[in-house]
Design a binder for this molecule. Sequence first.
Ligand code: C5P
Length: 316
Amino acid sequence: MSGRLSAAPPPSVRVRAPGKVNLALRVGPVGSDGYHPLATIFQAVTLFEEVTATLAAPGAGISLTVSGPQADDVPTDETNLAWRAAALLADRTGLAADVALHITKGVPVAGGMAGGSADAAAALLACDTLWEAGVPRSELVEIAAELGADVPFSLLGHTAVGTGRGDLLTPAMTRGEFHWCFGTQRVGLSTPSVFRRFDELAGPSTPAVAPADDTELMHALRAGDPVALGKALHNDLQAPALDLRPELAEVLDVATESGALGVIVSGSGPTVAALGRSRQHALALGAAWTAADVVDAVWCASGPAPGTQIVTSITR
Ligand code: C5P
Protein backbone atom coordinates (compact mmCIF):
# COMPACT_ATOMS: atom_id res chain seq x y z
CA MET A 1 0.00 0.00 0.00
CA SER A 2 2.78 2.44 0.97
CA GLY A 3 4.59 1.48 -2.27
CA ARG A 4 1.55 2.60 -4.27
CA LEU A 5 1.36 5.86 -2.39
CA SER A 6 5.01 6.73 -2.98
CA ALA A 7 4.55 5.98 -6.70
CA ALA A 8 1.79 8.59 -7.03
CA PRO A 9 2.78 11.22 -9.60
CA PRO A 10 3.50 14.72 -8.26
CA PRO A 11 0.81 17.35 -8.86
CA SER A 12 1.11 18.54 -12.43
CA VAL A 13 -0.88 20.78 -14.80
CA ARG A 14 -0.62 20.80 -18.60
CA VAL A 15 -1.87 23.90 -20.45
CA ARG A 16 -1.88 24.85 -24.10
CA ALA A 17 -1.85 28.33 -25.61
CA PRO A 18 -2.16 29.38 -29.25
CA GLY A 19 0.13 31.36 -31.55
CA LYS A 20 -1.34 34.22 -33.58
CA VAL A 21 -1.30 36.11 -36.82
CA ASN A 22 -2.06 39.83 -37.04
CA LEU A 23 -4.73 40.24 -39.73
CA ALA A 24 -4.16 43.99 -39.50
CA LEU A 25 -1.32 45.75 -37.72
CA ARG A 26 -1.26 49.54 -37.74
CA VAL A 27 1.59 51.23 -35.92
CA GLY A 28 1.62 54.80 -34.57
CA PRO A 29 4.51 57.07 -33.58
CA VAL A 30 6.80 55.70 -30.84
CA GLY A 31 5.96 56.93 -27.33
CA SER A 32 8.30 58.10 -24.57
CA ASP A 33 8.11 54.58 -23.02
CA GLY A 34 9.69 53.11 -26.19
CA TYR A 35 6.44 51.38 -27.18
CA HIS A 36 4.33 52.12 -30.25
CA PRO A 37 0.57 52.62 -30.02
CA LEU A 38 -1.07 49.88 -32.10
CA ALA A 39 -4.40 49.24 -33.74
CA THR A 40 -4.33 45.55 -34.52
CA ILE A 41 -6.61 42.59 -35.17
CA PHE A 42 -5.24 39.35 -33.80
CA GLN A 43 -6.36 35.90 -34.85
CA ALA A 44 -5.28 32.88 -32.80
CA VAL A 45 -4.39 29.87 -34.96
CA THR A 46 -4.23 26.13 -34.29
CA LEU A 47 -0.49 26.05 -33.59
CA PHE A 48 -0.12 25.54 -29.85
CA GLU A 49 2.58 25.80 -27.23
CA GLU A 50 2.17 23.36 -24.33
CA VAL A 51 3.50 24.10 -20.88
CA THR A 52 3.52 21.45 -18.16
CA ALA A 53 4.03 22.73 -14.63
CA THR A 54 5.00 20.07 -12.06
CA LEU A 55 5.21 20.80 -8.36
CA ALA A 56 8.83 20.84 -7.16
CA ALA A 57 10.17 20.25 -3.63
CA PRO A 58 10.00 23.23 -1.24
CA GLY A 59 12.96 25.52 -1.92
CA ALA A 60 13.72 23.95 -5.32
CA GLY A 61 12.78 27.14 -7.19
CA ILE A 62 12.00 27.26 -10.91
CA SER A 63 13.52 24.94 -13.51
CA LEU A 64 12.78 24.78 -17.23
CA THR A 65 13.20 22.31 -20.10
CA VAL A 66 12.10 22.67 -23.73
CA SER A 67 11.33 20.13 -26.48
CA GLY A 68 9.86 20.22 -29.99
CA PRO A 69 10.80 22.02 -33.22
CA GLN A 70 13.57 24.66 -32.79
CA ALA A 71 13.86 23.82 -29.05
CA ASP A 72 17.61 24.50 -29.24
CA ASP A 73 16.89 28.16 -30.06
CA VAL A 74 14.92 28.72 -26.83
CA PRO A 75 16.64 29.88 -23.61
CA THR A 76 16.05 27.69 -20.54
CA ASP A 77 17.01 30.27 -17.91
CA GLU A 78 15.27 33.21 -16.22
CA THR A 79 15.16 35.14 -19.53
CA ASN A 80 12.51 32.71 -20.83
CA LEU A 81 9.04 34.31 -20.69
CA ALA A 82 7.51 31.18 -19.12
CA TRP A 83 10.08 31.33 -16.30
CA ARG A 84 9.40 35.05 -15.84
CA ALA A 85 5.65 34.35 -15.78
CA ALA A 86 6.04 31.79 -12.96
CA ALA A 87 8.33 34.12 -11.01
CA LEU A 88 6.00 37.12 -11.40
CA LEU A 89 2.93 35.12 -10.36
CA ALA A 90 4.76 33.84 -7.25
CA ASP A 91 5.85 37.38 -6.44
CA ARG A 92 2.29 38.76 -6.77
CA THR A 93 0.67 35.99 -4.74
CA GLY A 94 3.40 35.56 -2.11
CA LEU A 95 3.56 31.85 -2.93
CA ALA A 96 6.82 29.89 -3.21
CA ALA A 97 8.00 29.61 -6.82
CA ASP A 98 8.72 25.87 -6.67
CA VAL A 99 7.93 24.45 -10.08
CA ALA A 100 9.46 22.41 -12.89
CA LEU A 101 8.27 23.83 -16.21
CA HIS A 102 8.41 21.96 -19.49
CA ILE A 103 7.60 23.65 -22.79
CA THR A 104 6.66 21.67 -25.89
CA LYS A 105 7.06 24.03 -28.85
CA GLY A 106 4.38 24.08 -31.52
CA VAL A 107 4.67 27.71 -32.70
CA PRO A 108 7.65 28.88 -34.81
CA VAL A 109 10.44 30.45 -32.69
CA ALA A 110 11.13 34.21 -33.13
CA GLY A 111 8.77 34.24 -36.10
CA GLY A 112 6.30 37.01 -35.30
CA MET A 113 3.65 34.52 -34.15
CA ALA A 114 3.94 35.13 -30.40
CA GLY A 115 5.23 31.68 -29.43
CA GLY A 116 7.11 33.11 -26.43
CA SER A 117 4.01 35.05 -25.39
CA ALA A 118 1.98 31.83 -25.61
CA ASP A 119 4.52 30.19 -23.26
CA ALA A 120 4.02 33.03 -20.77
CA ALA A 121 0.22 32.78 -20.96
CA ALA A 122 0.33 28.99 -20.56
CA ALA A 123 2.79 29.17 -17.64
CA LEU A 124 0.59 31.72 -15.85
CA LEU A 125 -2.52 29.55 -16.05
CA ALA A 126 -0.56 26.34 -15.28
CA CYS A 127 1.12 27.79 -12.15
CA ASP A 128 -2.07 29.50 -10.96
CA THR A 129 -3.81 26.10 -11.13
CA LEU A 130 -0.88 24.07 -9.73
CA TRP A 131 -0.34 26.39 -6.76
CA GLU A 132 -4.12 26.76 -6.25
CA ALA A 133 -3.52 30.51 -6.24
CA GLY A 134 -7.00 31.38 -7.52
CA VAL A 135 -5.89 34.69 -9.05
CA PRO A 136 -8.95 36.35 -10.63
CA ARG A 137 -8.95 36.38 -14.43
CA SER A 138 -8.70 40.20 -14.59
CA GLU A 139 -5.53 40.12 -12.47
CA LEU A 140 -4.01 37.33 -14.59
CA VAL A 141 -4.58 39.55 -17.64
CA GLU A 142 -2.78 42.45 -15.89
CA ILE A 143 0.18 40.22 -15.03
CA ALA A 144 0.13 38.96 -18.63
CA ALA A 145 0.37 42.53 -19.97
CA GLU A 146 3.41 43.18 -17.77
CA LEU A 147 5.16 40.19 -19.32
CA GLY A 148 4.62 41.32 -22.93
CA ALA A 149 2.20 43.13 -25.20
CA ASP A 150 0.99 39.91 -26.92
CA VAL A 151 0.53 37.80 -23.77
CA PRO A 152 -3.04 38.92 -22.91
CA PHE A 153 -4.21 37.94 -26.42
CA SER A 154 -2.79 34.44 -26.06
CA LEU A 155 -4.90 34.06 -22.89
CA LEU A 156 -8.04 35.27 -24.71
CA GLY A 157 -7.59 33.62 -28.14
CA HIS A 158 -10.14 33.58 -31.00
CA THR A 159 -10.10 36.94 -32.86
CA ALA A 160 -9.78 40.31 -31.14
CA VAL A 161 -9.06 43.96 -31.75
CA GLY A 162 -6.00 45.17 -29.82
CA THR A 163 -5.21 48.78 -28.95
CA GLY A 164 -2.70 50.42 -26.61
CA ARG A 165 0.45 48.34 -26.92
CA GLY A 166 -1.76 45.61 -28.39
CA ASP A 167 -2.76 44.51 -24.90
CA LEU A 168 -6.16 46.23 -24.60
CA LEU A 169 -8.50 43.71 -26.19
CA THR A 170 -12.03 43.59 -27.52
CA PRO A 171 -13.30 40.26 -28.92
CA ALA A 172 -14.29 40.42 -32.61
CA MET A 173 -17.19 38.55 -34.19
CA THR A 174 -16.24 36.04 -36.85
CA ARG A 175 -17.95 33.29 -38.83
CA GLY A 176 -16.44 30.00 -39.97
CA GLU A 177 -12.87 28.90 -40.26
CA PHE A 178 -9.98 30.48 -42.19
CA HIS A 179 -7.19 28.33 -43.60
CA TRP A 180 -3.63 29.53 -43.31
CA CYS A 181 -0.20 28.39 -44.32
CA PHE A 182 2.86 29.88 -42.61
CA GLY A 183 6.32 29.88 -44.16
CA THR A 184 9.12 30.26 -41.61
CA GLN A 185 12.84 31.02 -41.73
CA ARG A 186 15.49 29.34 -39.59
CA VAL A 187 16.87 32.74 -38.51
CA GLY A 188 14.28 34.90 -36.74
CA LEU A 189 13.89 38.69 -36.64
CA SER A 190 14.01 40.61 -33.36
CA THR A 191 10.77 42.50 -32.70
CA PRO A 192 12.51 45.64 -31.29
CA SER A 193 14.77 45.87 -34.37
CA VAL A 194 11.76 45.73 -36.73
CA PHE A 195 10.00 48.49 -34.74
CA ARG A 196 13.23 50.53 -34.85
CA ARG A 197 13.47 50.14 -38.63
CA PHE A 198 9.78 51.16 -38.84
CA ASP A 199 10.71 54.41 -37.03
CA GLU A 200 13.65 55.01 -39.39
CA LEU A 201 11.54 54.42 -42.51
CA ALA A 202 8.43 56.26 -41.35
CA GLY A 203 10.28 59.26 -39.92
CA PRO A 204 8.73 61.76 -37.54
CA SER A 205 5.52 62.11 -39.61
CA THR A 206 3.99 58.73 -38.59
CA PRO A 207 0.23 59.32 -38.33
CA ALA A 208 -1.77 58.21 -35.27
CA VAL A 209 -3.56 54.86 -35.61
CA ALA A 210 -7.27 54.07 -35.49
CA PRO A 211 -9.03 50.67 -35.58
CA ALA A 212 -11.69 52.36 -37.76
CA ASP A 213 -9.26 51.86 -40.66
CA ASP A 214 -10.18 48.19 -40.66
CA THR A 215 -13.95 48.21 -41.16
CA GLU A 216 -13.66 46.17 -44.43
CA LEU A 217 -11.67 43.55 -42.58
CA MET A 218 -14.20 43.39 -39.74
CA HIS A 219 -17.01 42.95 -42.31
CA ALA A 220 -15.08 40.12 -43.97
CA LEU A 221 -14.65 38.36 -40.59
CA ARG A 222 -18.32 38.70 -39.72
CA ALA A 223 -19.36 37.40 -43.16
CA GLY A 224 -16.86 34.51 -43.01
CA ASP A 225 -15.62 35.71 -46.43
CA PRO A 226 -12.00 34.63 -47.01
CA VAL A 227 -11.76 36.44 -50.37
CA ALA A 228 -12.64 39.79 -48.76
CA LEU A 229 -10.39 39.01 -45.77
CA GLY A 230 -7.47 38.26 -48.09
CA LYS A 231 -7.86 41.66 -49.77
CA ALA A 232 -8.09 43.52 -46.43
CA LEU A 233 -4.95 42.09 -44.74
CA HIS A 234 -2.57 44.89 -43.74
CA ASN A 235 0.72 45.12 -41.84
CA ASP A 236 2.68 48.34 -41.21
CA LEU A 237 5.65 46.22 -40.07
CA GLN A 238 5.88 44.48 -43.44
CA ALA A 239 7.99 47.24 -45.08
CA PRO A 240 10.59 47.34 -42.26
CA ALA A 241 10.69 43.50 -42.11
CA LEU A 242 11.29 43.38 -45.90
CA ASP A 243 13.92 46.09 -45.58
CA LEU A 244 15.79 43.99 -43.00
CA ARG A 245 15.19 40.72 -44.91
CA PRO A 246 14.76 41.51 -48.66
CA GLU A 247 14.52 37.82 -49.60
CA LEU A 248 11.06 37.69 -47.96
CA ALA A 249 9.70 39.42 -51.10
CA GLU A 250 10.12 36.13 -52.95
CA VAL A 251 8.13 34.26 -50.28
CA LEU A 252 5.29 36.76 -50.74
CA ASP A 253 5.50 36.46 -54.54
CA VAL A 254 5.42 32.65 -54.65
CA ALA A 255 2.26 32.52 -52.49
CA THR A 256 0.58 35.26 -54.56
CA GLU A 257 1.40 33.44 -57.82
CA SER A 258 -0.06 30.25 -56.30
CA GLY A 259 -3.43 31.95 -55.86
CA ALA A 260 -3.29 32.86 -52.16
CA LEU A 261 -6.30 35.04 -51.24
CA GLY A 262 -3.92 37.28 -49.28
CA VAL A 263 -0.28 37.16 -48.21
CA ILE A 264 1.26 39.10 -45.36
CA VAL A 265 4.28 39.17 -43.09
CA SER A 266 3.07 37.87 -39.71
CA GLY A 267 3.59 40.46 -36.94
CA SER A 268 7.23 41.55 -36.97
CA GLY A 269 8.19 38.60 -39.20
CA PRO A 270 10.03 36.87 -40.73
CA THR A 271 7.14 34.36 -40.92
CA VAL A 272 4.91 34.90 -43.95
CA ALA A 273 1.21 34.05 -43.66
CA ALA A 274 -0.76 33.01 -46.75
CA LEU A 275 -4.55 32.66 -46.70
CA GLY A 276 -5.96 29.72 -48.67
CA ARG A 277 -9.42 29.13 -50.17
CA SER A 278 -9.65 25.84 -48.25
CA ARG A 279 -7.54 23.55 -46.07
CA GLN A 280 -6.42 21.78 -49.25
CA HIS A 281 -5.42 25.05 -50.90
CA ALA A 282 -3.46 26.12 -47.80
CA LEU A 283 -1.52 22.84 -48.06
CA ALA A 284 -0.88 23.57 -51.76
CA LEU A 285 0.51 27.02 -50.88
CA GLY A 286 2.94 25.35 -48.49
CA ALA A 287 3.94 22.86 -51.21
CA ALA A 288 4.62 25.78 -53.59
CA TRP A 289 6.95 27.38 -51.04
CA THR A 290 8.77 24.11 -50.49
CA ALA A 291 9.13 23.52 -54.25
CA ALA A 292 10.50 27.06 -54.75
CA ASP A 293 12.87 26.54 -51.81
CA VAL A 294 12.11 29.97 -50.32
CA VAL A 295 11.20 28.92 -46.75
CA ASP A 296 12.83 26.63 -44.20
CA ALA A 297 9.56 25.10 -42.96
CA VAL A 298 5.82 25.28 -43.62
CA TRP A 299 3.11 25.10 -40.95
CA CYS A 300 -0.56 24.85 -41.98
CA ALA A 301 -3.22 25.84 -39.46
CA SER A 302 -6.67 27.34 -39.18
CA GLY A 303 -8.12 30.22 -37.24
CA PRO A 304 -9.69 31.29 -35.03
CA ALA A 305 -8.38 28.98 -32.28
CA PRO A 306 -9.34 29.02 -28.59
CA GLY A 307 -7.23 30.86 -26.01
CA THR A 308 -5.16 29.38 -23.19
CA GLN A 309 -6.74 26.18 -21.81
CA ILE A 310 -5.98 23.49 -19.25
CA VAL A 311 -5.41 20.15 -21.01
CA THR A 312 -4.83 17.91 -17.97
CA SER A 313 -4.54 18.54 -14.28
CA ILE A 314 -3.23 16.03 -11.73
CA THR A 315 -3.70 17.49 -8.28
CA ARG A 316 -3.25 16.11 -4.77
O1 C5P B 1 5.95 43.64 -25.21
P1 C5P B 1 7.02 42.83 -25.86
O2 C5P B 1 8.13 42.47 -24.92
O3 C5P B 1 6.51 41.67 -26.64
O4 C5P B 1 7.68 43.80 -26.95
C1 C5P B 1 8.97 43.58 -27.44
C2 C5P B 1 9.52 44.88 -28.00
O5 C5P B 1 8.76 45.24 -29.18
C3 C5P B 1 9.40 46.08 -27.09
O6 C5P B 1 10.50 46.17 -26.24
C4 C5P B 1 9.37 47.25 -28.08
O7 C5P B 1 10.68 47.54 -28.54
C5 C5P B 1 8.61 46.65 -29.25
N1 C5P B 1 7.17 46.99 -29.20
C6 C5P B 1 6.78 48.28 -29.51
N2 C5P B 1 5.46 48.62 -29.45
C7 C5P B 1 4.51 47.71 -29.13
C8 C5P B 1 4.88 46.37 -28.81
C9 C5P B 1 6.23 46.05 -28.85
O8 C5P B 1 7.62 49.12 -29.83
N3 C5P B 1 3.23 48.08 -29.08
